[in-house]
Ligand binder design. Structure first.
Ligand SMILES: *Cc1c(COP(=O)(O)O)cnc(C)c1O
Length: 430
């Protein structure tokens, strides 16, 4: 699979996996093994010195995970990839080679709530500081840069949806500041948007969502574009300075455009340990085979459901970038021309009590805290994910009392709409 002219759907099925050379097995085998036998003592020494590439121990590398890594790097148009145990682990691992105590990142205020939590409450324990800015105004990133800034962090299409970042404008500011732009591409997936094409350096994913696609497997990934010069400016000593754990090896000098990915395995996964289980990597590869088909249906269904809700008398507002009236519609046309994804929020007239009644009345939808499943999902954030926050902060986070979040699945769209219709009727009498 070296031919880069294959289309996205072909690469989704084939990239990273070929028939097994030993057995002829057509499906990707699951290498459910912890360790790998060395050929001899010299081979073992060369592996441990990073002088030869191979498998040592599955905390660092595993052949099933490697197949998924190649597939994701290919689909994102990147150079290398590291898969992790969850999306949140991917965010920590993705920042790890860049950061040190006192280092700062500038991040969008529209990030997934869990990511903001990580940045506000947990990163400070590592001595990392996150400056949170409103990404609707890209110049805010420029204003927040200090001598200690090491990265920008945004979502292409933000969870809970509707919010789209101007990746190209923010990438230009990152470039002039000499820092990499990290983009969480979970909600868009590379089928809808490839941020590297717009200047992003690193892509992070929660593969838990659309990539695995069936709500079965936690996982995350970091994809490196291979385009960043880690040496110029002297900001990234972990990548372009001597690494004490490998006899002073300089990753950037030694591995060039694979420096970041090698570091993520040889230091990040080795020392932090959030490795993906090979079975989850296998399920995720299986999911990716149908990514394009599913995303096409997810987006088509979401567009119809959003249009339906926008006309419903019990609905106060719908925040879906696929609707022409939406604030982010122009950015959606540029960055997500095939569809605005399948996750969005809407508000019910009558607030908290009606919101709770809707989630209690759905039959086809599942009321739970996940997104990106083939099944349609619903949640009322004010009574669940955001219930600890005071009202004011809930509203700022887009989780006011009237807000419902939908993740539209790939079922027959008339059935999805009929379920919302009967639930809204039960909850409001309309
Ligand atoms: C779910 C999610 C995460 C976290 O991923 P996990 O796999 O749950 O750890 C990060 N970013 C976004 C946009 C998400 O939706």
């Amino acid at each position: 699979m070296s031919d880069k002219s294959y289309g996205f759907e072909t690469l989704s099925v084939h990239a990273g996996a070929a028939p097994d050379p030993t057995t002829g097995a057509r499906a990707q085998p699951i290498y459910q093994t912890t360790a790998y036998v060395f050929e001899d003592a010299d081979h073992a020494a060369a592996l441990f010195n990073l002088q030869t590439v191979g498998f040592i121990y599955s905390r660092l590398t595993n052949p099933t995970n490697a197949a998924l890594e190649t597939r994701l790097a290919t689909l994102e148009g990147g150079r290398g990839c590291t898969v992790t145990s969850s999306g949140h682990a991917a965010q920590v691992l993705g920042l790890f080679p860049l950061m040190s105590p006192g280092a700062e990142i500038v991040a969008s205020s529209r990030l997934y709530g869990g990511s903001l939590q990580q940045m506000r409450n947990t990163y400070p324990k590592f001595g990392w500081k996150a400056e949170i800015v409103d990404a609707d105004e890209p110049e805010n990133f420029k204003r927040a840069v200090t001598a200690n800034t090491k990265a920008f962090f945004i979502e292409s299409l933000a969870n809970p949806g509707g919010v789209i970042s101007d990746i190209e404008a923010i990438a230009r500011i990152a470039e002039s500041a000499g820092v990499p732009l990290l983009v969480d591409n979970t909600l868009a997936t590379p089928w809808l948007c490839k941020p590297i094409d717009y200047g992003a350096t690193l892509i992070v994913h929660s593969t838990t969502k659309f990539l695995s696609g069936n709500g079965t497997s936690m996982g995350g990934a970091v994809v490196d574009s291979g385009k960043f010069d880690w040496a110029t400016g002297g900001k990234f000593p972990s990548l372009a300075g001597p690494e004490p754990a490998y006899h002073g090896l300089n990753f950037f000098e030694t591995f060039g455009d694979m420096a970041y990915t090698f570091h993520s395995h040889a230091v990040g996964l080795r020392d932090l340990g959030p490795s993906q289980a090979p079975f989850n990597a296998w399920l995720t590869m299986l999911g990716i085979e149908t990514l394009g088909l599913r995303m096409e249906r997810h987006c088509a269904n979401a567009q119809k459901v959003a249009e339906y809700l926008a006309r419903h008398p019990a609905v106060a507002w719908v925040n879906y970038a696929g609707l022409p009236s939406n604030k982010y519609h122009a950015l959606a046309k540029k960055y997500l021309p095939k569809g605005a994804g399948s996750i969005f929020t809407f508000g019910v007239k009558g607030g908290y009590d009606v919101g709770v009644k809707v989630v209690d009345s759905v039959e086809l939808f599942s009321h739970l805290a996940n997104i990106g499943d083939a099944k349609s999902l619903i949640i009322h954030p004010a009574s669940t994910t955001h219930r600890q926050l005071p009202d004011e902060q809930r509203i700022a986070a887009g989780a006011g009392p009237d807000v419902l979040r939908l993740s539209i699945g790939i079922e027959t769209v008339d059935d999805i709409i009929a379920d919302l219709e009967q639930a809204l009727a039960k909850a409001t009498g309309k």
